[in-house]
Write a protein that binds this ligand. Structure first.
Ligand code: PLP
Length: 464
């Protein structure tokens, strides 16, 4: 067991040590993967080291490196070694993090680390609470179930929910999972800065009230996935308060910016949410999977999710001993709090603040760099470490369709080269390149090299 374990640890350490020199992109077709792996479940054993060698050689090398400095797309996963080891401990000891009786220490660490987060986000410390989830999608789902339970009880046939056209798809997915009909969902348009339009929201709520419907939940975003935009949180909180609407904020990727001075300002009003999604496996540098939902009143979760089957009768415990299976969907849960606890204890919050501050400034430097070039156009400015831009040389005679095709081509060539993960998104109908720079391992030099590569591919296509 020790030899096997050391081999695993050696491989992980080597990965941390050498990942920057590898290609971040792994490309493989289904056929290639089938050729490597497809087989019947073996009836007989094989040497454990042989299986491990095969996995290290073939499995771990055929995945994108999400913590690579040139992995810019989606939301990167800049993990840290302490948390990876903490996860190994949690798995090795197979700690059941559902109820107090099974692991008082796991429940206590979840309470302690949730309290850290409540304080960071300015939520009420005594009444507030939360739960760690698999990720942001599960946190958003948990929030919307809770909002519906608390605001509508069992009768939600007239309930209406509001979100912007820039809200993350996990929200609409959650709304659909919960069985809401199309007529109960309002997608509110955003303005030129991709912020939810307050007037359009007010009008929508007024119209729904006139029709006898029940506006019950508003989902704002603090750091949209596309552009890093923060919705007008303070104004939205006032509208929600006045209208008695649940105010949920999805800060899955952007919320962590509260630790940095330059992020905190942008996130003003986040403390007013009834519920808040943050995703420690994004900008809190935790390995997958770790999401989090914070609520102003932990009773809301308890009142929404508690079931009392006879087989759990003996472990219910008292009021102060939280059973996290009563705060969300999962009964059996892994011990997510451990990695958060150990990494924050080990590095200190200041290291997190410094890393996030660095990321926000890096994106601003990238914006400056691109603005100085005659080839590049900024489509949305650096906000919470996200920036969107496209190749559009001054004086060119390309149509919008040709520009879309050109920027799609640049992305495909870059990804095809495996040297950087840089994919497109669509903003105002334009195909643009999007960089999410939340990895503290990424340097300005890395970005410069990537832009140079983009320039080369653009010229190759442009000259044809
Ligand atoms: N919300 C936002 C704003 C996101 O950016 C994301 C993921 O990128 C999610 C929710 C979904 O989170 P997860 O992928 O952890 O489920």
């Amino acid at each position: 067991m020790k030899k096997y374990g050391y081999e695993v640890v050696d491989a992980i350490v080597e990965h941390f040590d050498t990942q920057n020199e590898k290609h971040p992109v792994a490309l493989a077709s289904r056929k290639e993967m089938d050729n490597l792996f497809l087989e019947q479940a073996p009836e007989n054993p094989e040497d454990a080291h042989k299986v491990l060698d095969f996995v290290l050689k073939n499995v771990m090398t055929k995945s994108n490196i999400v913590s690579h400095p040139k992995s810019y797309s989606f939301v990167p996963g800049p993990s840290n070694y302490i948390s990876a080891m903490a996860d190994t401990l949690a798995t090795g000891f197979n700690i059941f993090s559902g109820g107090w009786a099974a692991s008082p220490a796991a429940a206590e660490l979840e309470i302690v680390t949730l309290n850290w987060l409540l304080k960071i986000f300015g939520f009420p410390l005594k009444k507030g609470g939360g739960i760690f989830t698999s990720g942001g999608s599960m946190a958003n789902l948990t929030a919307i179930v809770t909002a519906r339970r608390i605001k509508c009880g069992d009768n939600f046939s007239k309930a209406v929910i509001y979100l912007s056209d820039q809200a993350h798809s996990s929200n609409i997915k959650a709304i659909r999972i919960l069985g809401f009909k199309k007529e109960q969902i309002r997608i509110i348009p955003t303005d030129i800065e991709f912020k939810l339009s307050l007037n359009k929201l007010r009008n929508a709520i007024a119209k729904d009230r006139l029709e006898g419907l029940q506006p019950f939940c508003m989902i704002a975003t603090a750091g949209t996935t596309n552009t890093g935009t923060v919705d007008p949180l303070s104004e939205l909180s006032k509208i929600c308060k006045k209208e008695d609407i649940w105010f949920h904020i999805d800060g899955a990727y952007g919320g962590a910016a509260i630790l940095a001075k330059n992020g905190k300002k942008l996130l003003k009003g986040i403390e007013k949410a009834d519920s808040l999604t943050v995703d420690p496996h994004k900008w809190f540098f935790q390995p997958y999977e770790m999401g989090c939902l914070l609520v102003r009143n932990s009773k809301w979760l308890k009142n929404t999710f508690t079931e009392t089957p006879e087989y759990l009768r003996d472990v219910e415990g008292n009021e102060s001993e939280i059973n996290f299976y009563d705060h969300g969907v999962q009964l059996t849960r892994r011990f997510r709090a451990l990695k958060f606890y150990m990494s924050i204890k080990t590095f200190g919050l200041k290291a997190f603040r410094d890393a996030i501050t660095y990321n926000i400034q890096l994106a601003e430097k990238v914006e400056d760099l691109l603005r100085k070039s005659a080839n590049w156009e900024i489509i949305s400015p650096a906000t919470l470490a996200v920036i969107n831009f496209r190749y559009n040389p001054i004086g060119n005679k390309l149509s919008e369709d040709e520009l879309d095709e050109l920027n799609q081509y640049i992305s495909e060539k870059i990804v095809g080269s495996r040297k950087a993960l840089l994919v497109t998104t669509v903003l105002n109908g334009q195909t643009v390149l999007r960089m999410c720079l939340i990895n503290p391992r990424t340097t300005l030099e890395d970005v410069k090299e990537t832009i140079l590569l983009c320039n080369d591919f653009a010229k190759e296509k442009y000259s044809n």
